[in-house]
Design a protein around this ligand. Structure first.
Ligand SMILES: *Cc1c(COP(=O)(O)O)cnc(C)c1O
Length: 397
């Protein structure tokens, strides 16, 4: 079958929840993807911040193949070696104390919200606690995660959401204070907002939230599903700010392609929140998924991923700034590390489609923003190549 025929088949069989780009991707190697007709694309999306190590990393692939031949799944009612290793290592690199593995980001957020409610419940025995979330935020598509997602368009048709959620403005401490009551038990935000348009938290804002949480024994939940795992140059973004959360969520690059997530907490929260029988998952942290995490974390060290991000990120910024300077249609660039947004004055879809035609994979964050979340292994030459194609695509779109 030809590519176009596959696309037609897809549109007959799959639920129409995505406007897909008209391409069938078949394989990947390093920072390149190939469609089924053999056309090569430089990838600056990495499956939305997932494939941090690039495609077809031999050691990673071998680790998974080796695990498949041993055991793929056991229930969480039994211990398995990869999950133990993954939890130990993830604790170390995240600075948190306890891990619960999930299958996805949304599921990690669900667990984080449950943990926060349980923590508050154990303190006063009441059940009407409130959580503060941010406008423009994105936390996933399941009901709990959607309930704290600050984009009414995603929520509207699915109301009612879970109750007692209030929305404040990112980087506006006063708006958070206005939402606070004696019932507030937690504040949830992305350390760097992703889907909402690449908005990093300001340092003073995060510090202010930490102080508010400490003064009222509320929990600070940082969702680092997109901005964590080295994307901003530290393993988790909170480490760059020096503002430690009580609960942290991770996913996307955590498994580098194997569907896995996690929520983590400090010992203090773990000691008085979720306990035996409170939460569970069939697949979460199964041996195959956990083996992926173990190998990913090992390769981050071995391939000096954080150093590489610190080196390439300023270069990426400078190339993007040059484009913003050159083109009036670009309003600004913003972001942190290898999580960058180019903010246009009008919709970016034509530019993204043109870039795809020219062999560069990009994605939007909202209508007017091109989001760049490349594999963390990109080189300066890759950045140059991207900037060249993007320049050309903007000029001709
Ligand atoms: C992608 C994302 C999620 C949802 O993760 P899924 O694995 O798609 O469920 C949640 N929070 C943030 C910040 C994300 O970027």
């Amino acid at each position: 079958m030809k590519m176009q025929e596959y696309i037609e088949e897809a549109e007959k069989a799959l639920l129409h929840t995505y406007n897909r780009y008209q391409v069938v991707l078949e394989k990947g190697d390093g920072v390149y993807l190939y469609d089924m007709e053999g056309k090569k694309y430089l990838d600056f999306v990495s499956g939305i911040g997932v494939f941090a190590l690039g495609y077809n990393n031999k050691e990673y692939n071998d680790a998974l193949k080796g695990q498949i031949d041993k055991i793929i799944h056991t229930s969480n009612y039994y211990y398995n070696i990869p999950a133990i290793q993954a939890a130990k290592k993830l604790k170390e690199v995240s600075g948190m104390d306890r891990v619960f593995f999930t299958n996805s980001g949304a599921e990690a957020v669900e667990g984080a919200l449950k943990a926060a409610r349980k923590y508050a419940y154990l303190k006063d025995g009441t059940t009407d606690h409130e959580i503060i979330a941010m406008n423009r935020s994105f936390h996933g598509r399941t009901f709990g995660a959607l309930s704290v997602t600050g984009n009414p368009k995603y929520r509207e048709a699915f109301e009612p959401m879970i109750g007692n959620i209030k929305f404040a403005e990112m980087n506006d401490l006063d708006s958070v204070k206005e939402c606070m009551t004696d019932k507030t038990c937690a504040i949830i935000l992305e350390t760097v907002q992703g889907e909402g348009g690449i908005w990093p938290a300001e340092k003073e804002f995060l510090e202010g939230l930490r102080a508010l949480c400490d003064s009222r024994d509320m929990l600070l939940i940082l969702d680092e599903i997109q901005c964590g795992m080295g994307r901003v140059g530290t393993m988790y973004a909170w480490q760059k700010y020096g503002v430690k959360p009580d609960i942290l969520t991770s996913a996307k690059a955590l498994g580098c392609g194997i569907p896995v997530g996690a929520f983590l907490m400090t010992e203090r929260v773990a000691a008085s929140s979720l306990t035996s029988g409170d939460h569970g998952t069939t697949y979460g942290g199964n041996p195959l998924a956990a083996a992926a995490i173990v190998k990913v974390l090992e390769l981050y060290e071995k391939e000096h991923i954080l150093d590489r991000v610190k080196e390439t990120a300023p270069y990426l910024e400078s190339r993007l700034d040059a484009l913003a300077e050159k083109y009036d249609v670009i309003e600004t660039r913003r972001g942190m590390g290898l999580m960058q947004g180019l903010v246009f004055r009008n919709p970016v879809a034509p530019v993204i489609n043109k870039a795809l035609e020219n062999g560069l994979i990009l994605i939007n964050a909202g209508t007017n923003i091109i989001r760049l979340v490349p594999p963390l292994i990109i080189s300066k030459e890759d950045v140059d190549r991207m900037a060249e194609i993007l320049d050309n695509s903007i000029a001709t779109a």
